[in-house]
Design a protein around this ligand. Structure first.
Ligand SMILES: Nc1ncnc2c1ncn2[C@@H]1O[C@H](COP(=O)(O)OP(=O)(O)O)[C@@H](O)[C@H]1O
Ligand SMILES: [Mg+2]
Length: 154
């Protein structure tokens, strides 16, 4: 029996470690190029999930993945290149050039975006939408929408 794929619909995690582990499984299944949009309130676990995704992709160590809230973009270089973008403070910036991301979609990378609703990124890359919801102190409901099947089931 092949191992079950990362569930496509909804997962409930009970600790940040569980969320990181889910991220690792997502990262291990990701086929670049892919745009990952992470929505959810402050503290929902977007950066925590990104730690797992970047680790699962072999792009960074968990402790190297920190919130790019002030710098807006972090780049992690490993077997896959990962851009981790946080648009929370994007303010009046309205183009990818200002973010230094104008050439990103010419690469075969993985781009992970927190607060994607702040600025519409146009790309023909496949998109995985992940929504994180704060249920209680340590519990998060995480829904994964993967219409382009970027996450393989193998
Ligand atoms: N199940 C969980 N999943 C993710 N984070 C959790 C969970 N339970 C508690 N936390 C805590 O919630 C916070 C999430 O922060 P962070 O990942 O930076 O959120 P965001 O990037 O969405 O603002 C961290 O302090 C983390 O330790
Ligand atoms: Mg964050």
């Amino acid at each position: 029996m092949p191992r079950a794929a990362v569930p496509r619909r909804e997962i409930v995690t009970h600790s940040s470690e569980e969320t990181i582990q889910l991220g690792r499984e997502i990262g291990a299944q990701l086929k670049p190029p892919a745009l990952i949009l992470l929505s959810g309130d402050l503290g929902a676990g977007k950066t925590t999930l990104t730690k797992g995704i970047a680790t699962g992709l072999g792009a960074a160590a968990e402790e190297d993945v920190t919130s790019p809230t002030f710098t807006l973009v972090h780049k992690y270089d490993g077997s896959t290149r990962v851009y981790h973008v946080d648009l929370y403070r994007i303010g009046d910036i309205h183009d990818l050039e200002t973010l230094g991301l104008e050439d990103v979609f010419a690469e075969k990378a993985v781009v992970i975006v927190e607060w994607p609703e702040k600025f519409a990124i146009r790309t023909d890359w496949p998109i995985v939408n992940i929504h994180l919801e704060h249920v209680s102190e340590d519990i998060r409901r995480i829904s994964i929408d993967d219409p382009a099947e970027v996450l393989s089931s193998s």
